[in-house]
Write a protein that binds this ligand. Sequence first.
Ligand SMILES: Nc1ncnc2c1ncn2[C@@H]1O[C@H](COP(=O)(O)OP(=O)(O)OP(=O)(O)O)[C@@H](O)[C@H]1O
Length: 258
Amino acid sequence: MASHLDARSLSAWFGSRKVLNRVSLTMPAGRVTALIGPSGCGKSTFLRILNRMHELIPGAELAGEVLLDGEDIYARGRRLTEARRDIGMVFQKPNPFPAMSVYDNVTAGLKLTGTRVAAADRDVLVEECLTRAGLWKEVRDRLRQPGGALSGGQQQRLCIARSLAVRPRILLMDEPCSALDPTSTRRIEETIRELAEEVTIVIVTHNMQQAARVSDRCAFFLAEQATPGVIVEHGPTDVMFSSPRDQRTADYVEGRFG
Ligand SMILES: Nc1ncnc2c1ncn2[C@@H]1O[C@H](COP(=O)(O)OP(=O)(O)OP(=O)(O)O)[C@@H](O)[C@H]1O
């Protein structure tokens, strides 16, 4: 069952510099939401707030609420590890443990998040996650080889499989294809579409074609003239691309700036 995520009036600071101002966005269950906007407008910061990674940066502050199926992940008594298990993250650069086997890479997150899986069930879990990440057929005969021996695109799908192993409710992806070639990019995009029914996905992308291909909804972030980032407009992807309400959205999606 996919979950929904609600960001309510999120503001963020690095030291005294405010970089997000009262940003609210609903990311519906079982949908892919793309965060788009020029460099430096706060997309990655917003994403890091969604799974409590922002607070790890020295000097970083935030205000607002993040509700996962109605429950605030920042509420007192909610543990950091709980939010991290429920809300997984895939980064720009594939980051498998290079010397660890493909198999062990998939199960690496279990211990870290305190997820128990009986030894007898691990083979099934590894196959399931690699299948869902669209990698099983390519690696089933290489499960004991190091993760670092895979191609860049395969490594990124291995990272997706690793994220899935702890059964997240939400998957955040920060420019997951920017280090990949076009073929690997298309493969990851297919994987995103296949996963979307079960896991709610939020993806940051600079590639407008990619946003149009993979997302159901889009949010356009902008930080004008050194003001903090805000969401100018959000809505169904086809509307954002074909008939945006705001001229700045139209200019951005048509490639006139950023
Ligand atoms: N660790 C940090 N310390 C200080 N300032 C930071 C830090 N990380 C980001 N910032 C600043 O916060 C603002 C928002 O950055 P962020 O990375 O969230 O933007 P972005 O929209 O994701 O950009 P890009 O598309 O280039 O990745 C920028 O002005 C950036 O310089």
